[in-house]
Design a protein around this ligand. Structure first.
Ligand code: PDD
Length: 278
């Protein structure tokens, strides 16, 4: 886990250095991806690289070549078989601090391996708590930006209140969680907010929609209000770190008698099976 890739070299994490003039450090000027590796196989790499290309394009940066080869080399070097690739690209270092960027900077490319806890099936069956906050982040949450201060504050709000996640509402409509996308079930229908500039197009969100559809369950992409979430039969969050995380309480509102629901457990199992056979 110690070996990382930085700007053309593989080296130990403790030896890696970047300039204090890096625009990622000074302005949060960059984008990232978090990509699971299951049993030495990089999970849905093409989808992650496609989203990265889109994020780069949306911040007027060029596509970066050869990332798949570098990632695969790093996976080979790692003794572990299941972990996460953290891929971080900034606009690069500039001689002086200026909001206006030079057009000819060399991007800073950092790729490293990280561990995140995978929830056991027992924990999934028990479910997790969530809380609600206004989505006060910027209006380009579809970019996987490294400027994560809003998300950091909102995730810590959840943590400080004994919750897994903060569910975010803008103009009374659900956007996403601070680190996840959100699905609800009502009267056997599954809903998730439709994609827009207000939420990240989650790779896991997309996978779950496809897997559910293959299993004869369609997902309705629509506006979801606070009352829909509070009165939902089931709620779950999706992300690359844990594909399906059941929510059984939202603030003081108990969901499905405080137990993980049937559909959530089913989608969890379908996702686990897909991951195992990937
Ligand atoms: N975050 N929305 C937000 C705000 C997120 O930060 C994430 C994931 C998602 C889910 O996207 P995906 O299914 O592609 O992982 C949605 C990652 C895990 C992170 O920042 O660590």
């Amino acid at each position: 886990m110690d070996e990382i890739y930085l700007n053309g070299s593989f080296l130990p994490k403790s030896k890696a250095q970047i300039s204090i003039m890096d625009r990622g450090f000074l302005f949060g000027d960059g984008v990232y991806e978090l990509i699971p590796v299951f049993n030495k196989k990089v999970f849905l790499l093409d989808q992650h690289l496609k989203r990265l290309k889109n994020s780069l394009n949306l911040i007027q940066m060029n596509e970066i070549q050869d990332l798949d080869n570098i990632i695969n080399k790093l996976v080979e070097k790692n003794q572990k078989s299941t972990f996460f690739i953290y891929l971080h690209i900034t606009r690069g270092a500039q001689d002086y601090r200026n909001h206006i960027y030079s057009k000819n900077l060399n991007p800073t490319i950092l790729i490293m391996c990280e561990d995140y806890p995978q929830f056991s099936q027992d924990l999934i069956k028990k479910g997790f708590f969530a809380t609600i906050q206004d989505d006060f982040r910027w209006m380009k949450s579809n970019i996987k930006s490294i400027s994560l201060l809003g998300n950091v504050l909102l995730k810590n709000y959840a943590f400080d209140n004994g919750c897994y996640e903060t569910l975010l509402f803008r103009n009374k409509r659900l956007t996403e969680g601070s680190t996840s996308n959100v699905f609800i079930v009502k009267n056997k229908n599954i809903y998730t907010p439709k994609l827009s500039n207000e939420l990240l197009p989650g790779v896991t969100r997309d996978l779950l929609i496809r897997l559910l559809s293959k299993n004869g369950l369609s997902v309705i992409e629509s506006d979801i209000h606070e009352s829909d979430v509070i009165n939902a039969d089931e709620v779950w969050c999706s992300s690359s770190t844990n594909a399906v995380v059941p929510i059984v309480k939202v603030d003081d509102n108990i969901i499905n008698n405080g137990k993980t629901g049937y559909t959530t457990m089913k989608v969890y199992e379908i996702a686990q099976e897909f991951i195992t056979n990937f």
